[in-house]
Design a protein around this ligand. Structure first.
Ligand code: GCU
Length: 601
């Protein structure tokens, strides 16, 4: 008996140590910020445009420690200080600068942002500055002192600032630099506008000294009658109690903290989340000093040969790709209302699936999509020709992947983590993406790993999927533009598809462009009739792909790209949208809608 007890203790210790190690792999991020004591720092911020990095360090004009981040003020009439946030311009946060100020439309460089705020210290609280996204590189200063930096334009980051805040008046300065660089992720070439700025919300969050930092609560892979999870509590004592309560399931579980982690597993039979029934449960997590509420769905996802299974049943993903371009005002999406407009259009189209391209969208977009029952493909911007042989580039990509999974690991709607989009074949690229897939599976072994591959090379009489990336992913994304970039639309229906892999394929991009309101006959490029015919002919082709498990045609709405200058047709917009950026539906919208509503997949 004694041996058995020793074995069990040993097992527990290994498990809890492993778990602790595993949790250290997630990003240093507060989970579920909307459930916390939260002061918004959104609104007007003072800005200084600084193309020469003058405010960062210029030995001639500024002593090394007196950059713009000091927000220096004249103390005597003879002082020489050649900047002043108080008399400078202002920008809205959240928001990109390109669509807020005409002279910043094409600007790629540094803009300094500054915001004054008051804070009343409370010795029982910790304080965090939390940025939902800044594109592309941020250096953050609080009261003139550098507190940290972040690289990557589409994932959140935070700094604990408890001991750096003053009682009463404080100011935060952010140096935002959106210059494209070869070693960045994405690299210098992208087919979307390089919107710079503090593009998502900024929060001042306070927590109790001992606080719930992170948690994961979901069905284990392939199991629909157990809810598993762990809760990470900072500054906790071994033996402290954590309670996880799911009132609607009449489940309340206690777990003991050890090394800041409390694991749990409870038998339960939740109504499973699906597009037909996007059921979310209120989950309340309590510790002796903290309490959080989240709304979590429970479902399983897997593949079986070329099928994607949701809750053990095959499901066909009727999707659409979406960029984070705001309808009507254009520029970056900045509000829940704009997310809901895009999602409502996808609903009207008959979709049950959305591909959030080519980067993680806001947490708001993911949560709203989950509530509406959309299955989600979420992606990091390893796009085209990133530097696959650069270890710093890899570290950057892995960090963005880790931040994406850390933020959204409790979102049942996300079925697929996408590692990349249209990357050229090669050894360095293969190992780069294989390593990303390994990291993703280490963080989350329940979701499917995918990537969008470029159009496949010609097989003997059509397209043969043989990219070695097919060995690494669970689901193969294929971007194929028959009728637009290759071949005339009438050639599409006869293309035969084959695959070296017995895995599901998602046609992750297909389609063509049209200017809304431009009409002519169907062989005239840019007319709505041409785009509609591209959709018709590609739908005929896709009906014959036996291993097709879904599609996310390119794209829901026209979006801005500096690769699309064709005057009076593109005018800096990629026109492959089924809807114009002013919300006008093109003929092709109804072709795809008809396919989704009448296809008996
Ligand atoms: C590519 C790419 C998209 C791009 C699209 C296009 O496949 O993945 O980002 O916008 O094609 O050329 O319109």
């Amino acid at each position: 008996m004694k041996n058995l007890v020793n074995i069990l203790i040993g097992l527990f210790l290994i498990l809890s140590t492993t778990l602790t190690a595993q949790n250290l792999e997630f990003a240093d991020l507060l989970q579920n910020i909307n459930s916390r004591q939260n002061t918004s720092l959104n609104g007007k911020w003072d800005i200084i445009v600084d193309p020469l990095e003058n405010g960062y360090y210029n030995h001639r004009l500024l002593p090394k420690d007196n950059g713009y981040f000091k927000n220096a003020k004249m103390t005597s009439p003879s002082d020489l200080i050649e900047y002043n946030f108080d008399t400078s311009f202002q920008l809205d946060v959240p928001g990109d600068w390109n669509t807020q100020m005409d002279k910043l439309y094409y600007y790629e460089g540094t803009v300094w942002y500054k915001k004054d705020f008051t804070y009343h210290a409370n010795s029982d609280k910790l304080a965090f500055l939390y940025f939902e996204a800044v594109n592309y590189e941020a250096i953050v200063y609080l009261n003139g002192e550098r507190i940290g930096s972040h690289v990557g334009g589409y994932t959140p980051f935070q700094f604990e600032v408890t001991n750096k805040l003053k009682e009463g008046d404080n100011f935060v300065v952010v140096k935002v630099d959106n210059k494209r660089k070869k070693e960045n992720v994405p690299t210098v070439n992208q087919d979307w506008w390089n919107y710079g700025g503090i593009t998502r919300s900024v929060h001042l969050i306070t927590t109790p000294k001992s606080y719930i930092k992170d948690y994961s609560i979901q069905l284990p892979k392939g199991n629909t009658t157990t809810i598993d999870g762990w809760v990470q509590v900072e500054n906790s004592k071994d033996g402290d109690l954590v309670t996880i309560n799911i009132p609607e399931l009449k489940k309340s579980v206690n777990s003991i903290l050890k090394n800041g982690i409390a694991k749990f597993s409870v038998k339960a039979k939740p109504v499973l989340w699906s597009p037909y029934s996007p059921k979310l449960y209120e989950v309340i997590i309590k510790t002796p000093t903290d309490k959080l509420t989240d709304h979590i769905g429970f479902r399983t996802v897997a593949t079986d040969g070329s099928k994607i299974l949701l809750n053990n049943k095959p499901i066909f993903l009727k999707g659409i790709s979406i960029h984070e371009e705001a309808p009507f005002k254009t520029g970056r999406v900045t509000s829940k209302e704009e997310c809901k407009i895009l999602l409502q259009w996808a609903k009207e189209l008959g979709c049950n699936f959305i591909r959030l391209a080519h980067y993680p969208h806001s947490e708001t977009m993911v949560r709203e999509a989950e509530k509406m029952g959309f299955m989600i493909w979420s992606e990091i911007p390893v796009y085209w020709t990133v530097q696959f042989d650069n270890k710093d580039t890899y570290a950057n990509a892995q960090n963005q992947l880790t931040e994406m999974i850390s933020r959204d690991k409790n979102r049942a709607a996300i079925l697929l983590w996408s590692m990349a989009n249209e990357t050229p074949e090669g050894e360095a690229r293969l190992s780069f993406i294989a390593d990303l897939a390994k990291q993703a599976r280490k963080l989350d072994n329940t979701r499917l790993i995918t990537a969008a591959l470029d159009t496949q090379g010609k097989g003997n009489d059509g397209n043969l999927i043989e990219d070695p990336l097919g060995t690494i992913v669970d689901v193969i994304g294929i971007n194929n533009y028959c009728g637009w970039y290759a071949g005339a639309p009438e050639t599409c229906p006869d293309i035969k598809w084959a695959s070296k892999y017995d895995k599901p394929m998602i046609m992750s991009e297909v389609g063509g462009g049209a200017l809304y309101g431009l009409h002519g006959n169907k062989n005239e490029r840019w007319t709505e009739e041409y785009q509609a015919d591209v959709y018709k002919k590609n739908i005929e082709m896709m009906r014959n792909i036996k291993f097709l498990a879904g599609l996310s045609p390119w794209i829901l709405m026209d979006f801005r790209s500096s690769r699309r200058p064709l005057r009076r047709i593109q005018d800096d917009f990629n026109r492959k949208g089924l809807i114009s950026e002013q919300g006008m539906k093109k003929q092709a919208f109804y072709i795809l809608k008809d396919y989704y509503n009448n296809e008996n997949n």
